[in-house]
Design a protein around this ligand. Structure first.
Ligand code: SF4
Ligand code: SF4
Length: 222
């Protein structure tokens, strides 16, 4: 999701790469689950998040949408995000002890927090959000350790491809989109990248690359 804010107002003014140290380590978030409440529709799920969640929970994307996620329009594109529920507007994956019950399969946004991604020039760097995490005295940690994602280089390449593919799709729809075309493209993207199950055995990134090639052909980007 794009945020039209001045990065100097929400960060410590630095941009980080995966090998940099950053004051993000919350020490296991003991006693705190603030960022698992009241997040509205901001924890957007990318295809890898959905593949990982569906595999861990042994459910389909349709089932994920029934209980834990919902669809929303983000800059003209329909995307899933984690659902907040109940009086406390808590993530449906938060257990009664205030801990994440899908920690190993938690989405990328949750893995990053309180870091964010800053995209520029078809690349991205990480930044530290200074107004979001309530934990004081956070320790320094290497970004790649904090992000806690295997094969980080392949993951970062995938993140970039997905981000700029969506941006290109948004651009096409903004330039020439009729309501009918918007609906058609959105249905295609949802089916191609979310409803169509990801196979758990083969490499996700290879599957994604093939679907992305098809998606780019569909949108006339390749
Ligand atoms: S607000 Fe900070 S300390 Fe609290 S749960 Fe989120 S990341 Fe952890
Ligand atoms: S998936 Fe886990 S870490 Fe992410 S918001 Fe939900 S409970 Fe919190």
């Amino acid at each position: 999701m794009k945020r039209n804010v001045d990065i100097s107002e929400i960060s410590d003014g630095r941009l980080y790469s995966s090998n940099d140290m950053v004051k993000a380590d919350t020490g296991g978030c003991i006693g705190c689950s603030a960022c698992c409440h009241g997040m509205g529709d901001t924890i957007i799920l990318d295809p890898y998040d959905v593949a990982r969640l569906c595999e861990a929970l042994q459910i389909s994307f349709e089932e994920l949408l029934q209980n834990n996620a919902q669809l929303n329009i983000v800059d003209g594109i329909i995307l899933p995000n984690l659902k907040m529920a109940g009086e406390e507007q808590a993530c449906t994956f938060l257990n009664q002890d205030g801990r994440c019950r899908i920690h190993q399969a938690r989405p990328g946004v949750c893995r990053l927090f309180p870091l964010g991604r800053y995209y520029e020039g078809r690349d991205f760097r990480y930044f530290l959000q200074i107004h979001e995490c309530q934990k004081s005295g956070r320790a320094k940690v290497k970004v790649k350790k904090w992000v806690d994602t295997p094969r980080l280089a392949a993951y970062e390449e995938y993140i970039l491809s997905w981000h700029y593919f969506l941006e290109d799709a948004q651009h096409i729809l903004n330039q020439s989109g009729t309501d009918a075309l918007r609906k058609q493209v959105n249905m295609y993207l949802l089916k191609q990248f979310y409803f169509k199950p990801w196979e758990s055995g083969p490499d996700f990134y290879l599957q994604f690359a093939e679907r992305l090639r098809e998606g780019k052909r569909y949108l006339g980007l390749a």
